[in-house]
Design a protein around this ligand. Structure first.
Ligand code: ADP
Length: 205
């Protein structure tokens, strides 16, 4: 359904700042991007667990789970991928408005889509996390057996094989997962959040 001229934005009584103060954190969106099998989901879950243990208020939107529900009607054509990211960024924006530290784990291969998602949030709130793993390593890991299927031609439009991945040029956080453990990658993100005052350095679980 299209937005009409009769749809107006309703100003809410409780502001984002008040929600943020109540939670003693600054809300933001950690936007994980990388090839399939690069480690987005694994690292995002590790970060979420560390934040939760510190008493932070968080939520994690994971690619496969969202495709079961909200985006269950979308396939993998370019148009469907763009709509997938548009919906995710709108939902993330609402969660950030609710005061949460949100993580999203989607391949999000197109730079234009990531720019679109970034543009929906306020300055500094969008934190692009490039999960940088060479395709050879992703293919060795192949946690879901998808590379094998793509190489056999059972899946088409597979990112990195017959569909493009635009390498992020200005990601706020760059993770070289080939040289680091999951724990080290997660800690790099926590350090960023502390250094930029999203979370309190002393807050403990
Ligand atoms: P994605 O969400 O990007 O598709 P997954 O997180 O589902 O990727 O899978 C990544 C796989 O790689 C997991 O099986 C994980 O245990 C493994 N792995 C090995 N080393 C790392 C690392 N340093 N960071 C992230 N994942 C790693």
């Amino acid at each position: 359904m299209m937005k009409t001229e009769n749809t107006v934005w309703h100003q809410q009584h409780i502001s984002k700042t008040q929600r943020s103060q109540q939670k003693q954190q600054r809300p933001c969106l950690l936007w994980f991007t990388g090839l399939s099998g690069s480690g987005k989901s694994t690292i995002a879950n590790a970060v979420d667990a560390l934040l939760f243990a510190r008493g932070c208020h968080t939520y994690l939107l994971d690619g496969d789970n969202v495709r079961h529900g909200l985006n269950g009607d979308l396939g993998f054509s370019d148009a469907a991928r763009i709509e997938n990211i548009r919906r995710i960024s709108e939902v993330s924006k609402l969660f950030v408005d609710a005061g949460l530290i949100v993580s999203t784990a989607f391949i999000s291969p197109f730079a234009s889509d990531r720019t679109m998602a970034r543009s929906k949030l306020q300055q500094g709130e969008f934190i692009e996390v490039f999960v940088d793993t060479p395709i050879e390593i992703c293919e060795q890991r192949d946690p879901k057996g998808l590379y094998k299927k793509a190489r056999n031609g059972e899946i088409t439009d597979f990112t990195g094989i017959d569909s493009t991945y635009d390498v992020p040029k200005n990601a706020e956080i760059h993770l070289h997962t080939a040289n680091l453990s999951v724990e080290q990658c997660a800690q790099q993100i926590i350090d960023y959040l502390v250094q930029h005052d999203f979370i309190n350095a002393n807050k403990q679980g």
